[in-house]
Design a protein around this ligand. Structure first.
Ligand code: ARG
Length: 459
């Protein structure tokens, strides 16, 4: 039989394959609450503008509330023959209230309806990402505060570079996640215009009040161009690109946790709650959560690329291609929220191995730069000469199988006769980090100042 929504010009119903490729109800039922909120706002506006009678609007309102509770209670039967969430809800409304249900779609199209529903759904995800990042940053601040003066090696090329503090390393991620949070907020501010009332593409001849529906749904204003309103998916792409960058940050941190928790590093102990064992090797405690977080960036960035490809060739206004927007965004959002929560839990539970960090900080000639700086500051050597003298001393220590502070004064003076006993002060890692007092540097006092600034900001 032909479709009850548009069966007028159709003699036959769709082929089974047509229904299978066309139906989106399997996934867009996740927007049921948004769809019903949009319809309630639309019906109330139709009544306020006199387009719909108050009694019809009231019947619609009550019917929609019944449907919402049916869906929330798991008592709603979704039908693929009815294609999508919009027509599933409208068909059920017809069952419940009869004729007035057919008046709900006045001055509206599924094109502005789906754009509205999806925007409301994405807007909630922007808020959820914001909150998830907040919790993660709080966990990082806790680690940074506890270990503001714990020394550890800082790396470039994953080779020991200079000593830094644990707190400084944690705060680097707070900066990154803070930028992610501001990207989600920017996207939210920009996307918050209501498509409802753009109708199919051209607007409508009914005297609708778009300001009223925009306000009812928490939008700042109605969108200003009906063609743009129904064909815009920038809000989804901005969510996905901000999510991609955020997932990339999560992945870098996850990679560090995988390295740091290995027997070769032993920089952190992950909690049992966020680790797994091996079915064969009894000694194993694996950082699976970190590994999965590291992998999530793949599917999230994939979703971003997929939706860019869907959108890039579409003429204005709506094309059915756009139905492919939702699964990408749903999957990316689910996985981003999960990754944020898992990372927050891992960070809260993990224990920095303070002694191992300190031992590693002092090895690998990590204070060679401090030595070169001392030669410049105290002996007045040009930096390039100081670099050469220090390099010679590093070579000497390497040959002796010791670290820089283990060389004797006599050995040092053999390389440069101006060197005095004071040099040993700068070869200690704690002195090294304490001296990095430049703004944004690794000195514990600088780290504590940044922790205080962020605590204020997030409060
Ligand atoms: N299920 C559709 C989507 O997700 C709703 C809009 C359909 N509009 C249309 N003219 N066929 O995009």
């Amino acid at each position: 039989s032909s479709n009850k929504m548009w069966g007028g010009r159709f003699a036959a119903g769709p082929d089974a394959i047509m229904e299978a490729i066309n139906a989106s109800i399997g996934f867009d039922k996740r927007m049921a609450a948004q769809d019903i909120a949009g319809s309630r706002a639309h019906a109330a506006m139709l009544a306020a503008t006199g387009i719909l009678s108050d009694s019809d609007a009231e019947a619609i309102r009550e019917g929609l509330l019944t449907i919402l509770s049916e869906i929330e209670g798991g008592k709603f039967t979704f039908s693929a023959a009815l294609e999508d969430i919009h027509m599933n809800v409208e068909a059920r409304l017809k069952d419940l209230i009869g004729e007035p249900a057919g008046r709900l779609h006045t001055g509206r199209s599924r094109n502005d309806q789906v754009a509205t529903d999806f925007k409301l759904w994405v807007r909630d995800q922007l808020d959820a990402a914001d909150a998830g990042l907040n919790a993660l940053m709080q966990a990082l601040l806790g680690q940074a505060e506890a270990g503001a003066d714990w020394v550890m090696p800082g790396f470039t090329h994953l080779q020991t570079a200079q000593p830094v503090t644990w707190g400084h390393h944690m705060m680097a991620y707070v900066e990154m996640f803070g930028r992610d949070q501001s990207r989600f907020r920017d996207a939210r501010a920009r996307m918050n215009e209501s498509p409802l009332g753009a109708a199919a593409l051209a607007g409508t001849s009914f005297p609708i009040d778009r300001d009223m529906t925009a306000q009812a749904l928490g939008f700042d204003r109605p969108s200003a161009n009906s063609l743009d309103a129904v064909s815009d998916r920038d809000f989804a792409l901005e969510f996905l690109s901000a999510a991609s960058i955020c997932a990339m940050h999560l992945s870098r941190f996850a990679e560090e946790l995988v390295i740091w928790s290995s027997a070769q590093f032993r920089f952190v102990a992950l909690s049992d709650r966020f680790s797994t064992g091996s079915s064969i090797m009894p000694q194993k405690k694996n950082p699976d959560a970190a590994e999965l977080i590291r992998a999530k960036v793949g599917r999230i960035f994939g979703a971003n690329t997929a939706l860019m490809m869907v959108m890039k060739g579409l003429p204005l206004a709506y094309s059915k291609d756009m139905q492919e927007d939702k699964e990408q965004v749903f999957d990316a959002a689910d996985n981003l929220m999960l990754a944020l929560a898992a990372m927050e839990g891992m960070v809260r539970d993990m224990t920095a191995q303070r002694d191992n960090l300190a031992a590693a900080a002092g090895s690998g000639f990590s204070t060679a730069t401090d030595l070169a700086d001392w030669l410049v500051r105290v002996l007045g050597l040009p930096f390039r000469d100081a670099h050469h003298v220090t390099g010679t001393l590093v070579g000497l220590a390497e040959k002796q199988g010791c670290d820089l502070p283990d060389l004797t004064l006599a050995q040092m003076q053999g390389v440069h006769d101006g060197i005095t006993n004071d040099v040993f002060d700068v070869l200690g890692v704690q002195n090294s980090v304490n001296s990095r007092m430049s703004y944004g540097g690794t000195a514990p006092a600088q780290v504590r100042a940044q922790v205080a600034r962020w605590k204020d900001k997030l409060a």
